[in-house]
Ligand binder design. Structure first.
Ligand SMILES: Nc1ncnc2c1ncn2[C@@H]1O[C@H](COP(=O)(O)OP(=O)(O)OP(=O)(O)O)[C@@H](O)[C@H]1O
Ligand SMILES: [Mg+2]
Length: 229
């Protein structure tokens, strides 16, 4: 069974996919067989094969494998709204057993699973389940992506506290989202104080080729996550 790294963020649009894709590439560069999941996605496009989500497709492409879409993204919704509202509008109840079954099938055939959250840590999936509940039930280690924008200090501190109460917080990544904040470096320093640890990486605004993660960062991550090689 695979080890799992759960990628969450301080908000929607902060770079979770950017980081998750970079992570998948870096793990593959270490010779690892990687599986991916974007369990719940709204804002999907219609296609001949059904609803498709850009994040799920980017993750599949990064994995370099022909992973079954329906297992990577078991819940896909068209309107770009909160997942529990999109599910309700579609007459669907998001069932953690369905997420678990898809996860198990993918995890059976890889060494590391990279799972991207929807929105932020506490996003509701239904009236009785949040994304945090599902992840915490498995005790998966979490990587927190902090998008360096105004408001991120509060979002990061709250997210890190909430994650650490329920499951291991592997670390955080500072993402210098465009448009770049003038005080980004001072914010990284403040985040380091608030979160009690330096960032595992600080991603520069990508030049179109995507972000890269240093192999040393990956080695540090792997030493904290038990990976059967
Ligand atoms: N370091 C970066 N450099 C340049 N562009 C970036 C960087 N990080 C993120 N972006 C861009 O910002 C946007 C949001 O990033 P991304 O899609 O990774 O966020 P997300 O947290 O996965 O969002 P969602 O909640 O929709 O899943 C994307 O257009 C992405 O290409
Ligand atoms: Mg995303």
């Amino acid at each position: 069974m695979a080890s799992t790294i759960l990628v969450t963020g301080t908000d929607t649009g902060v770079g979770k996919t950017q980081v998750a894709v970079a992570l998948v590439h870096a793990l593959r560069a270490e010779g690892l067989r990687v599986g991916v999941m974007k369990p719940v996605a709204s804002g999907c496009q219609r296609s001949a094969g059904g609803l498709r989500n850009d994040d799920a497709q980017a993750l599949i492409e990064a994995s370099g494998r022909d992973l079954p879409y329906a297992e990577v993204n078991p819940y896909a919704f068209e309107p770009p709204i909160a997942p529990h509202l999109a599910a309700r509008a579609a007459g669907v109840a998001i069932d953690p057993a369905v997420l678990d079954a898809a996860y198990r099938r993918l995890a059976a055939d890889c060494q590391v699973m990279v799972v991207e959250g929807a929105g932020g840590w506490r996003v509701p999936l239904s009236a009785t389940l949040s994304f945090a509940d599902w992840v915490s039930a498995h005790r998966w280690p979490v990587l927190l992506v902090v998008g360096l924008r105004l408001g991120c200090l509060n979002h990061a501190a709250l997210s890190a506290d909430a994650i650490a109460q329920r499951t291991p917080l592997l670390g955080w990544i500072a993402n210098r989202l465009p448009p770049e904040q003038p005080e980004w470096a001072a914010n990284v320093d403040t985040l380091q104080e608030l979160l009690g640890a330096p960032p595992l990486a600080c991603l520069a605004p990508a030049d179109g080729a995507g972000s890269r993660l240093d192999p040393n960062v990956i080695k540090a991550l792997l030493s904290r996550v038990q990976v059967a090689v």
